[in-house]
Design a binder for this molecule. Structure first.
Ligand code: ZN
Length: 485
């Protein structure tokens, strides 16, 4: 009896000691960056330019460009008029109709070029009346510029051009060649803009060292338990596919229904599908993200992250509870559309659900098709791709090469004491095109982003603070210089 107690006490003691040592040693990376004097920014000109940019109704919808083309051409011409020094220092060609591709010759031709990108098309405004400031006004109120596209993604585009205008005006030459690609159809998949820019690079045999696009922000109060902002430099993006699940039946009049119909079969299939998530967890890019974040959490979480060998199942369970962190761990599935009978008194001959998948880099379209079949678990139910279009997840870019260090250094120089981690973009960006001609691809806009901003993206009252805009100009200015190091 005594021996037992002693043994258990001994094991517990060892566990406690090991976990304590692990936790104490689990510290954020020391951030040693040279502090620099940040460039001054012409705030009045910057704000005026963002206002003007928002006023072009460059709305992306599928179908012919037609009448909408005038707004797009207007924006492209405005870029030339508003940034004379940048336009004089760079060459420009139009790609896919309305996407300007700028090239700024660098000092060292031996260095592979870098691509900085943003898009200037925006999603439509559905409930215009709900906005506090008109959606295409670009109104400056309470220290913010308001309007569709300020956060996504005209703000970044204007900040890049402001940086080049000032640098070019001072006779600055970038250390390596920089391309700027400003896509006009990102919101509908980017086939004309980014797609053709990537095709052009391929044709010309131009391989980029790296590219930078939207895809994350500097997150403040978005991830619970962290008091510092987090710059999530996203090194990969999820893929995308829709899968149809169809149940068949006889049909007939609804006054004489059999006990099972196409609808009830489909409901069963969907319940089976939803009975468990796509397998996932703390591996690969998901692990890298939480490993870098972990040391910054309060003590209890830090103990868990520092001792993943022991607590991994608990950690994965906790992270799976909230949709944003769950989406970091695995592919997600969301039934979004349902089709049944066209009339209320007719039994449907088929009932169909469309399930939208966002594919984690460890998975594939083929694998998720199989997952769907296995989970639905009924050979009489048909499972197939919704349409020919789908995007595999991107490759995972390096988080310890010169490019990542240049980005991380720039974030620390411009934003001060923040957390920098490699992350995963759960939506889709133009980089699924650009990434095919770049050794590495990164996705983040240099804007501080609050959890209350999430609803503004593609929603009501999209706006950006003047403070964010000024810092973004400083970010791109410093980044262009850090590219050579
Ligand atoms: Zn966007």
């Amino acid at each position: 009896m005594r021996k037992w107690v002693l043994r258990i006490t001994g094991v517990l003691l060892v566990l406690i000691i090991v976990q304590t040592v692990n936790t104490v040693r689990y510290q954020p990376d020391a951030a040693n960056v040279a502090q620099i004097a940040l460039p001054s920014v012409d705030e009045a000109s910057l704000v005026r330019h963002v206002t003007e940019a928002v006023q072009f109704k460059t709305i992306s919808t599928t179908g012919e460009m037609g009448q909408r083309g005038a707004a797009f051409q207007g924006f492209v011409d405005w870029l030339v008029q508003s940034y004379p020094k940048a336009n004089a220092a760079m060459t420009r060609q139009m790609v896919g109709g309305f996407t300007p591709l700028y090239r700024w010759q660098g000092a060292d031709a031996a260095l592979a070029p870098v691509l900085l990108t943003a898009h200037y098309d925006v999603v439509p405004v559905v409930n215009a009346d709900a906005w506090d400031q008109a959606a295409f006004s670009g109104a400056v109120v309470d220290g913010y510029v308001w309007g569709r596209g300020t956060l996504d993604d005209k703000g970044a585009l204007v900040a890049m051009m402001e940086a080049v205008e000032a640098l070019a005006g001072a006779g600055y030459v970038p250390p390596r060649t920089v391309y700027f690609s400003f896509g006009h159809d990102e919101e509908i998949g980017g086939p004309q803009g980014a797609g053709n820019v990537a095709a052009y690079f391929k044709e010309q045999g131009i391989q980029l060292a790296w590219s930078l696009d939207e895809g994350s922000m500097v997150l403040q109060d978005v991830i619970g338990g962290l008091d510092k902002p987090v710059a999530s430099i996203n090194v990969a993006e999820k893929g995308y596919v829709n899968i149809d699940i169809t149940a068949h039946a006889e049909g007939g009049h609804s006054s004489l229904p059999p006990r099972t119909t196409a609808v009830s079969k489909l409901a069963n299939g969907l319940t089976n599908l939803q009975s468990g998530p796509v397998p996932g967890g703390l591996t690969g890019v998901s692990k890298d993200f939480f490993d870098k974040l972990g040391p910054n959490f309060p003590l209890v979480q830090r103990v868990l992250f520092a001792n993943q060998w022991f607590y991994r199942p608990i950690l994965e369970m906790v992270l799976s509870k909230s949709p944003p962190t769950d989406a970091m761990l695995r592919s997600t599935k969301a039934p979004t559309m349902l089709i049944g009978s066209p009339k209320e008194n007719v039994l449907p001959q088929q009932a169909m659900a469309t399930v939208n998948y966002r594919i984690h880099p460890r998975d594939s379209i083929e694998g998720l098709l199989q997952h769907t079949k296995d989970m639905v678990d009924n050979d009489a139910i048909e499972v197939k791709l919704h349409d020919a279009w789908g995007a595999e997840p991107s490759p995972v870019s390096s988080a310890d090469n010169a490019a990542f260090i240049a980005l991380e250094t720039t974030f620390r120089q411009v934003f001060g004491d923040i957390i920098v981690v490699p992350g995963l973009t759960v939506a889709a960006t133009d980089t699924r095109h650009y990434g095919t001609v770049a050794d590495d691809s990164y996705r983040i806009n240099p804007f501080v982003f609050l959890d209350t901003d999430i609803a503004r993206l593609h929603g009501v009252n999209e706006r950006i603070s003047v403070e964010n805009l000024v810092r973004a100009v400083q970010f791109y200015t410093v980044l262009i210089d850090n590219m050579g190091k």
